[in-house]
Design a protein around this ligand. Structure first.
Ligand code: 5GP
Length: 177
């Protein structure tokens, strides 16, 4: 199996381009069905989710809106429970059907800290779509409504996900050897 080297580490193919694409077909079909007649707003969380968001969005046949935000956690507060805030959410989400688009949910902390801020703005509904979920590593309980792949607790890169800035351009998802 071909290895990819990024910085000092080697990674091996874990999910092929075709496997990812087929699974996104299924996720999009589910969303098209669940939101028929509605106009959800997809909130894609940068940086890692840009590729998944684009491929998912292309497959939608319903009317839908898309925006991108960045979550910033204040360092130095990590041990006491960091505060996560968003940059770039200009849309009024009151009364809207919201679907959060994430690349990966690991411990669940990021979304667990961020969701109350969104709920505070009283959307009509709030669901989560994550391409990857490390359910073994999840500490903060979170319902992920649309999960691409439940993966083992190993570091992955590619398809938008980076290792120290690199690897986002890979078409497949790779796992640390
Ligand atoms: P959580 O708050 O759920 O623990 O972590 C979520 C964030 O951690 C993700 O959005 C992602 O940025 C990063 N992350 C967690 N696991 C991985 C991984 O295996 N590979 C990469 N590249 N990032 C990860």
């Amino acid at each position: 199996m071909p290895l990819v080297k990024i910085h000092d580490k080697s990674f091996e193919t874990y999910l092929s381009e075709e496997t990812i694409s087929n699974r996104i077909d299924e996720l999009a079909a589910g969303i098209n069905k669940d939101y028929a007649g509605n106009r959800p707003l997809f909130i894609s969380i940068l940086n890692g989710s840009f590729m998944f968001a684009a491929d998912l969005f292309k497959r939608l046949t319903i009317e839908a809106e898309l925006c991108f935000i960045k979550l910033v956690s204040y360092k130095g507060m990590k041990s006491t429970g960091k505060v996560v805030t968003s940059i770039g959410l200009e849309e009024d989400i009151f009364g809207k059907d919201i679907i959060i688009v994430e690349d990966i949910v690991d411990t669940g902390k990021t979304l667990h800290d961020f969701l109350p801020q969104l709920l505070h703005q009283q959307p009509k509904s709030l669901k989560i779509a994550s391409l990857l979920h490390k359910s073994e590593a999840t500490i903060y309980p979170l319902t992920i409504d649309y999960v691409g792949f439940d993966i083992p607790n190993k570091f992955v890169v590619g398809y938008g996900l980076d290792y120290d800035g690199l690897g986002r351009n890979l078409k497949e998802i790779y796992q640390l050897v």
